[in-house]
Design a protein around this ligand. Structure first.
Ligand SMILES: [Zn+2]
Length: 219
């Protein structure tokens, strides 16, 4: 196996607007129940949920959660199964860096956000669209989540639906639960990786792909 990698580098597409295309998923969320629960929380912390500034808060939170947790009712396979043939040798790595995401730490229901970087070595010349990689990140990010599991789930979805020779996922995340409470470390950044296929077996390939995932983008 050669360790020559010719990268096809791309930057992430602009994130689409906040209007969710998954209208069906949003309707499946029980807005009324969230509103009741948020009202209870406000009372429990000693607030008056009926004062003017808080009157619409339960409904706002319900709408926000419908979007934040939309990934619970989505399947990454819907995006990743749409592959197309590409004239490429098996050694051409496909890489999408700087995919912005926001997720929700399941331990504190506090946001964590950052960037995902994905690389894979296609097999049989089948590749997926770059936007499909970005959507796959969103499917798993929009759930109660842990960064370690988010990283693994993205890698495993690529393995399942693209059957590539190798997958490398690196995620850099900033966790608001660390920043604003507890340890209060403002600049702490969490880095997680998930390697699959040849990247678990070949240390040289792994070293190369990690260097590519990390290196700064120069247009
Ligand atoms: Zn947390």
């Amino acid at each position: 196996m050669t360790s020559m990698i010719r990268p096809i580098l791309h930057t992430a597409p602009r994130r689409r607007s906040l209007a969710s295309p998954e209208g069906v998923a949003c309707r499946a969320i029980d807005h009324r129940r969230i509103e009741r629960a948020v009202r209870e929380i406000l009372i429990a912390v000693g607030e008056d949920p009926d004062r003017e500034g808080l009157l619409d808060t339960p409904a706002r939170v319900a709408r926000a959660y419908a979007e934040t947790f939309a990934g619970l009712r989505q399947d990454a396979g819907v995006h990743l199964r749409r592959t197309f043939a590409q004239e490429a040798s098996g050694d051409d790595v496909v890489m999408l860096r700087n995919i912005e995401f926001s997720s929700m730490c399941e331990h504190h229901l506090a946001p964590f956000l950052g960037r995902a970087h994905i690389a894979y070595l296609p097999s049989g010349g089948r590749v997926t669209g770059l936007s499909k990689l970005a959507r796959t990140v969103d499917v798993f990010a929009r759930r109660p989540q842990l960064q370690e599991r988010l990283t693994s789930q993205i890698a495993d979805a690529l393995v399942e639906h693209l059957q590539p020779r190798g997958v490398a996922v690196l995620i850099e995340g900033e966790h608001l639960c660390v920043r604003v409470r507890g340890a209060r470390k403002a600049d702490a950044e969490m880095v997680t990786t998930a390697m699959r296929g040849v990247y678990t077996e070949d240390r040289e390939l792994r070293r190369e792909v990690l260097a590519l995932l990390h290196s700064p983008f120069t247009p």
